[in-house]
Ligand binder design. Structure first.
Ligand SMILES: Cc1cc2nc3c(=O)[nH]c(=O)nc-3n(C[C@H](O)[C@H](O)[C@H](O)COP(=O)(O)OP(=O)(O)OC[C@H]3O[C@@H](n4cnc5c(N)ncnc54)[C@H](O)[C@@H]3O)c2cc1C
Length: 431
């Protein structure tokens, strides 16, 4: 038998690297196997990384990690064809160390994170695809790679292999995801001088902003579009449920082109040069789609476990926390000397006691409610724009008359009762 590890981690995304770092720091013998050329080469993110969850793995990481900009402002846009209703928050507390969130480029960030794992003692092997788990008496004991003589063995295999998780599927931990359980997201990096970014987004030097866009940014489909500021790039992208895209017969790149041409967005990106294009799936099934998380000798983390909170644009943090929890579980299991499902179920306890499962449970019906009530995106958002336009137009019409007009816009082709039911449904999905 070839060399045996305490843990094999499949996938060098933030979930796998969080697991690797945490175990290596405790002296465990761990190996990460990644099919990409280097960690980060296959990973796509709009790019907001959450400080707290990364700090829990490497304290003060932001002092040396390749971050782009600390985010001091988060804007939310309800976009109509030629207008936008805006809200958001900007806070000076976010411009001071230790900051709140950062934009990052995953190609650089994961590369750096991987180097910290190696410093801590982990082995990372790239350009290696895991074909299957090796199973003996229903217990996962290792992995079969695409390399000659490429079987590797470990007490535990951690599946951090991302949204499709073919390995989780082959173990029977989840079925093929339905089209309403995954979103297809596309994004571009646009190069723009930092001074221009700061002028256009009203930012102090080095600081960043995010814009989440609902409504016309996805042509009224369930999903979001976004613009994030990096040092010398803007990230612009959009994603909708695959089921929505195939219903509407919209191609992802057409959606992105539409977004870039939108009159509210065009001036923000004017003159910016496209330099990278990405397309990637995002798990959106939420709480109800969480697969089997542990088995004898195996743990599933990050996107592979459907740990994405689409309502709050959170994924990297859930990935990092779940990776850390998996590592803590393996460290504990090693002390107990048992790696069966019962010993590894400690991971499930950590997940279900944490913000990960609690937040996913809170929004367990959100995506379905939005998909089955398209008016949320394609009726109320345009109506809100009309109402605001009329309210802010000073034209001699009395304010009480304007309030009546507002009501008319909201109830156009929808009865008051219908509006009330829609409101109850939305509140129900968010409670
Ligand atoms: C367009 C877009 C924008 C996003 N924006 C944000 C955001 O702003 N903030 C946020 O927090 N989240 C965001 N997310 C979600 C976030 O990117 C994911 O939740 C996060 O990357 C999950 O990390 P992970 O390590 O679980 O998976 P991944 O980063 O997908 O890593 C999985 C790794 O496994 C490797 N792999 C897969 N199969 C194998 C195999 N058989 N053998 C070897 N290696 C394998 C892959 O190459 C990959 O490197 C966004 C996602 C997209 C697509």
């Amino acid at each position: 038998m070839s060399e045996k590890f305490d843990a094999i981690i499949v996938g060098a995304g933030v979930a796998g690297l969080a697991a690797a770092y945490t175990m290596a720091k405790e002296g465990l013998h761990v190996i990460v196997l990644e099919k990409g050329q280097h960690p980060g080469s296959k990973n796509v993110m709009g790019g907001v990384l959450y400080r707290q969850m990364m700090d829990e793995i490497i304290p003060d990481f932001w002092k040396e990690a390749p971050i782009e900009r600390p985010i001091v402002e988060q804007r939310f846009w309800m976009l109509a064809k030629e207008s936008v209703v805006q809200t958001g928050y900007r806070g000076m507390e976010w411009s001071q160390p230790p900051y709140n969130n950062f934009t990052v480029f995953r190609s650089k960030f994961d590369h750096w994170f991987a180097s910290k794992c190696v410093e801590a003692g982990a082995l990372i092997i790239c350009e290696t695809t895991i074909k299957e788990c090796i199973i003996e008496n229903n217990h996962v004991i290792g992995v079969r790679t695409d390399r000659p003589d490429g079987d590797l063995y470990a007490d535990v295999v951690i599946l951090a292999d991302g949204v499709n998780s073919l390995l989780g599927k082959s173990l029977g931990y989840h079925r093929e995801w339905r089209k309403d359980e995954v979103a297809l997201a596309v994004m571009e990096e646009l190069k723009l001088p930092s001074q221009k970014i700061e002028d256009r987004f009203n930012l102090d030097k080095g600081m960043g902003a995010t814009i989440e866009i609902f409504g016309d940014g996805t042509l009224g489909m369930v999903g979001t579009a976004f613009i994030y500021t990096n040092k010398e790039h803007l990230s612009i992208g959009c994603g909708t449920l695959l089921s929505e895209m195939s219903k509407k017969q919209v191609k992802p790149y057409e959606l992105l082109d539409y977004l870039k041409q939108h009159p509210m967005i065009k001036p923000l990106i004017a003159g910016a040069e496209p330099c990278e294009y990405y397309a990637h799936l995002i798990p959106e099934g939420g709480y109800k789609s969480i697969p089997k998380l542990v088995g004898d000798g195996v743990i599933v983390v990050g996107d592979a476990a459907q740990f994405v909170n689409g309502i709050h644009r959170e994924g990297s943090n859930l990935a990092m926390t779940s990776g850390r929890y998996a590592a803590e579980t393996v460290i504990r299991a090693k002390k107990l000397g048992s790696f069966n499902e019962s010993a590894l179920s400690y991971y499930k306890d950590l997940i279900y006691q944490s913000y990960i499962a609690k937040d996913l449970k809170k929004y367990k019906n959100a995506s379905h409610t939005m998909e089955t009530n398209p008016a949320i995106f394609n009726h109320y958002i345009p109506a809100a724009n009309k109402v605001m336009s009329e309210m802010f137009t000073v034209d001699g019409i009395s304010k009480s008359q304007k309030q009546k007009l507002a009501m008319k816009h909201i109830t156009k082709e929808r009865s008051l009762l219908r509006v009330a039911i829609d409101g109850i449904k939305v509140l129900g999905a968010m409670k």
